[in-house]
Design a protein around this ligand. Sequence first.
Ligand SMILES: [Zn+2]
Length: 215
Amino acid sequence: MAFFPSSGFHYGNVLSSGNTEKKNLTLTFDDGPEAATTPGILEILKKFKIRAAFFVIGKKIAGNEDLLKKLDSDGHIIGNHSWAHSNLWDFNSSVRIADDLERNIMEVERVTGKRMKLFRPPYGVINPMVAKAIDNTEVTVVAWSLRSFDTTAVNPVTLLDKIVKNAKPGDILLFHDSCALTAGILEKIIVSLQERGYVFIPLDEMLNLQAYETH
Ligand SMILES: [Zn+2]
């Protein structure tokens, strides 16, 4: 298990890749739901019958309820990516961070009726305050093993080449469904990786875990 590349703090329970030699990959998307770009990504995933995971920002859900419901009814996993993705998020106390996680859990539950268990910290930061909040809320932290850097990419062809060249069995790929460039290149990425023998499997299957609390 690797821990977050951007974190100087070692937190033990971070899942970032599948333990497999099979040519399996999992797609994950952060920072939505985004009315302008998420629907196009959903269409492509539907075309290829791929179930992905979306780590959503709580405050973006109001007004996008139908989009969140579609994520769920299309079979994708919904995970927690904090309420507001503030860049000062991890400077809060562990109590406030835990409240923030719960606020997003309740917002997703309001729309889908499901309580998220999976959490990906904004900016991938896990400092001691975040770690304490994670322990107190009993969320499961999911990172990634292959980061696309799609939000800062300028050339889609370079981005495509880099991902296809670096993908390896068990990888969890990080994209952003809020990124127009990603929506434009996703189909090519899927086709190129499938041509190389890769199969896309859902996050819960890759990590052998439950994405939601069971009542
Ligand atoms: Zn993010």
